[in-house]
Ligand binder design. Structure first.
Ligand code: IMP
Length: 425
């Protein structure tokens, strides 16, 4: 029995799906602990390409069971649609292997309508959310007016509670809320039968897995710099996307954790609004975007791009204390003659160096980044699988990152496919 946890170190879209998929080949259970259908994990394996949203990507592995854990906010129509899609794509038995905790909060279409109304109200200060109701669903959970999945099976009380919830939001937003509660209630008549067989007691499920000696992989969603506590608040998602969230969101035993792995892209990208000190709005950013095919896995929107920010990565290592890192997309840097890395922040107003990643978003937005410049390798390393085949400059880049953050880089991604990975022992 052992548990391996995979976490995004930056602002998401680091390429967590690929490592998850590789590690799942040895797993009996793969679980998601937080977030909702705002996540996106692209996995390409065994001739199948799937963009995972709510389902755990371990479903790609034959016989592996998948659990959507208690910390997730669960949108039933997305779950049913994704299950249908993945079965049509070739994972025929997916529905026999996927389970969801009955303590998950239900993410209603109501929450998405509230998300849209809130973002509209914020105007220029909008978070840039996916408008999938994630923030509002975690809010109703915290304010204790939300509904757990277990509650939907008591039809009468469920309908009363949803009407009460909708009524409150209707009063708050008026005509800005584009929502009809009776339409959503009617849909639940079909949902109940469709999901009943998937709903389990998540605590018991994990305890049974442990008793069987199962190997468990936890697939982190979003990423540390989007974490509600440790991210660039308020430009964050509404769950605990770091290590803490994986523990509380699943109830895994901390003594069973074998390895906590952070996934970091060889440069930095960000979707949505919010501070991004190394963002490059010029030729470098455009080149990274184009060469890396940098579009958000979730909504296909172009990502903002810039050099690797080691101040942010070191902070992420402090928050989650990764045992090791996986560096992804190193091949994308292959056309740069020199490569910059952000190594310190200075406050533009005072000129003073800031000791770590700042809590105050206004300060983060005005920092000046101090860069170091490393020689590039100007050659194609795509699809390489051996460390010894990498040009010296590429090896030095990897070692520079390791030395700076004090954490070993155990895997290096060199392409989109599962096989395009260097493993260092
Ligand atoms: P929300 O999670 O939809 O509320 O969005 C809040 C912020 O988190 C926005 O800036 C989103 O772009 C960002 N975000 C949420 N999920 C992901 C993800 O899976 N990848 C990248 N960014 C994300």
């Amino acid at each position: 029995m052992s548990t391996t946890i995979i976490i995004g170190t930056q602002w998401g879209d680091e390429g967590k799906g690929k490592l998850t998929d590789i590690l799942c080949s040895q797993a009996d259970v793969v679980a998601r602990a937080a977030g909702g259908h705002n996540a996106g994990h692209v996995v390409q394996a065994n001739g199948i390409y799937h963009n995972f949203r709510l389902l755990p990507s371990g479903l790609m592995t034959p016989k592996c069971l998948a659990l959507i854990g208690t910390g997730v906010v669960f949108h039933i129509p997305t779950f049913l649609q994704e299950l249908k899609d993945i079965e049509e794509e070739g994972i025929k038995d997916a529905r026999d292997r996927v389970f969801v905790s009955d303590r998950c909060h239900v993410n209603f279409d109501l929450h998405a309508a509230v998300d849209a109304a809130q973002e509209q109200e914020l105007g220029n200060n909008a978070v840039g959310s996916m408008k999938r109701g994630i923030g509002p669903c975690y809010s109703t959970k915290a304010i204790r007016s939300g509904l757990r999945l277990a509650e939907i099976f008591d039809e009468k009380s469920f309908e009363e509670k949803l009407r009460r919830l909708a009524d409150g939001f209707q009063k708050r937003f008026g005509p800005a809320l584009n929502y009809d509660v009776e339409v959503e209630i009617a849909r639940f008549k079909d949902y109940r039968a469709a999901i009943k067989g998937h709903v389990v007691d998540g605590v018991l499920f994990m305890a049974n897995a442990k008793a069987r000696g199962a190997n468990i992989v936890v697939e982190g969603s979003q990423a540390t710099l989007l974490d509600i506590d440790y991210g660039t608040y308020p430009y964050v998602t509404s769950s605990s996307a770091g290590l803490g969230g994986t523990i509380s969101g699943l109830g895994i035993g901390i003594r069973d954790i074998k390895e906590v792995i952070g996934v970091v892209k060889a440069y930095t990208t960000r979707l949505g609004h919010g501070g991004f000190p190394t963002e490059n709005m010029g030729e470098v950013g455009a080149r990274l975007q184009a060469k890396g095919g940098e579009y958000a896995a979730v909504i296909g929107k172009k990502l903002r791009c810039g050099w690797l920010d080691l101040v942010a990565l070191r902070y992420s290592c402090m928050v989650n204390q990764y045992d090791c890192l996986q560096l992804s997309k190193l091949d994308v840097l292959g056309t740069f003659e020199t490569i910059k890395v952000g190594i310190a922040y200075k406050d533009k107003e005072t000129g003073e160096e800031i000791p770590s990643f700042p809590a105050n978003h206004a300060l983060l937005e005005r920092v000046e980044v101090v860069y170091d410049e490393l020689p590039g390798w100007c050659s194609k390393i795509a699809e390489m699988c051996e460390w010894s085949d990498l040009p010296k400059e590429a090896q030095d880049y990897v070692k520079y990152i390791e030395d700076f953050v004090g954490t070993k880089i155990k895997w290096i991604g060199t392409g989109a496919k599962r096989e395009d990975m260097i493993t260092r022992v």
